[in-house]
Design a protein around this ligand. Structure first.
Ligand SMILES: O=C(O)CCC(=O)C(=O)O
Length: 369
């Protein structure tokens, strides 16, 4: 699939090691240009920005048994509105137990606190990104983000290799398996909801993803304490290249910010909630009825932070373009077809770059704002 190189362009520095070394000044390569730094004083923001939050949606009455209740119009409408307006929402009563959510966060927190030698055996390369990493993108001299991560494939089975998942701490691999299995179910339900809300048959989007041949992977982000959090970011602005993301953020540390016009809204996570966001592939399939929205992560000097980002993606070699039911003379196709394999090469080479990639896919026939 990839034309990516085997090696990183510069020696890898673990951000966690840097943080734990007790430096009081961050190296220049983590210092963002002034226009890209986080807002220095949040309380300077207008009140409506400070108080704003992504929608919170209770899925309790969405299902009858395993099926979507098409009569649960309030919930369906809330999701529809959130996908069109915010590209982000949080869900509670989603079917995954609090115990599993907590266990998943804790095994990963434990992993990042293992001795460096235990983590180094999983060191990743830009070829597939699988394993323990400390940068996205392969551009020599790039300004880097203040985070380490672990990236793994869950589906399709042909590329899933549990031996590449951490063997420690105990129960890590079983926990990954159980957690990802539950999230696949939740994503399957949300795919149906999105299809219904777009006026398509319930299975339409899933079929466009390749039916049972869809993909799923997870990136666990670790944001160490940072002595100068106002100069850098844990993760630079980006939209997610895949279909949809289910994020489990740390329960006691905020950090995720979502773009809203010219402002960045700091997400306040409800207890037991997952954050759901639309990725670029669903923006393309929905012909921009749904929006993949830029987000970024701030770090802080007092607390480290862990987050689990589960990515639900289309089959990687299937060309994706707007579904024809959503293309009309008034709303012509906004994007040209591309496979997800081709698409994700961009972020893998350049690192997080706002929404520049999905914008560049726009068909020359029509420019939208
Ligand atoms: O850590 C977070 O809150 C967000 C992570 C994220 O955006 C990502 O992994 O793509």
């Amino acid at each position: 699939m990839s034309c990516l190189q085997q090696e990183w362009p510069e020696p890898i520095v673990r951000v966690q090691s840097l943080s734990e070394s007790g430096v009081s000044v961050i190296p220049d390569r983590y210092v963002k240009p002034p226009s890209e730094r986080p807002n220095p004083i949040i309380s300077d923001q207008p009140l409506e920005v400070e108080e704003a939050n992504i929608p919170l949606i209770d899925l309790q009455d969405l299902l009858i048994g395993e099926d979507i209740d098409h009569g649960s119009t309030i919930i369906l409408n809330q999701i529809s509105e959130a996908c069109r307006d915010w590209g982000f929402f949080q869900v509670v009563n989603h079917g995954v137990t609090l115990e599993l959510m907590h266990r998943a966060l804790e095994v990963w927190r434990h992993f990042f606190h293992l001795p460096i030698e235990d983590k180094q055996v999983y060191a990743n390369s830009p070829k597939t990104y699988e394993g323990y990493g400390s940068r996205l993108g392969v551009e020599k001299g790039a300004i880097l983000d203040w985070s380490d991560y672990f990236f793994l494939h869950y589906l399709p089975n042909s590329i899933k290799d549990c031996n590449k998942w951490p063997a420690l701490p105990n129960h890590m691999r079983e926990t990954i398996e159980e957690y990802c299995g539950q999230l696949v179910k939740l994503c399957g339900i949300l795919m149906k909801v999105f299809s219904i809300n777009l006026g398509l048959g319930e299975d339409h989007l899933q079929k466009s993803f390749g039916g049972d041949d869809f993909g799923a992977c997870m990136r666990v982000n670790f944001y160490p304490k940072c002595p100068q959090p106002d100069l850098t970011l844990g993760l630079s602005p980006h939209s997610d290249p895949g279909g949809m993301t289910i994020l489990l953020p740390d329960d006691h540390v905020a950090g995720l910010q979502v773009r809203r016009g010219d402002s960045w809204i700091t997400v306040k996570v409800a207890p037991g909630a997952f954050i759901v966001n639309i990725g670029d592939q669903i923006q393309v399939l929905s012909n921009a009825n749904y929006r993949s929205v830029e987000h970024r992560v701030m770090v802080n000097s007092a607390k480290e932070r862990v987050s689990l980002a589960f990515f639900y993606n289309p089959k990687s070699d299937l060309p994706l373009e707007p579904v024809k039911e959503l293309v009309t003379p008034e709303c012509p196709a906004l994007y040209t077809a591309m496979t997800f394999n081709e698409y994700r090469l961009y972020i893998r080479m350049k690192g997080p770059r706002g929404k520049s990639q999905v914008e560049s896919l726009k068909s020359p026939r029509r420019i939208v704002t």
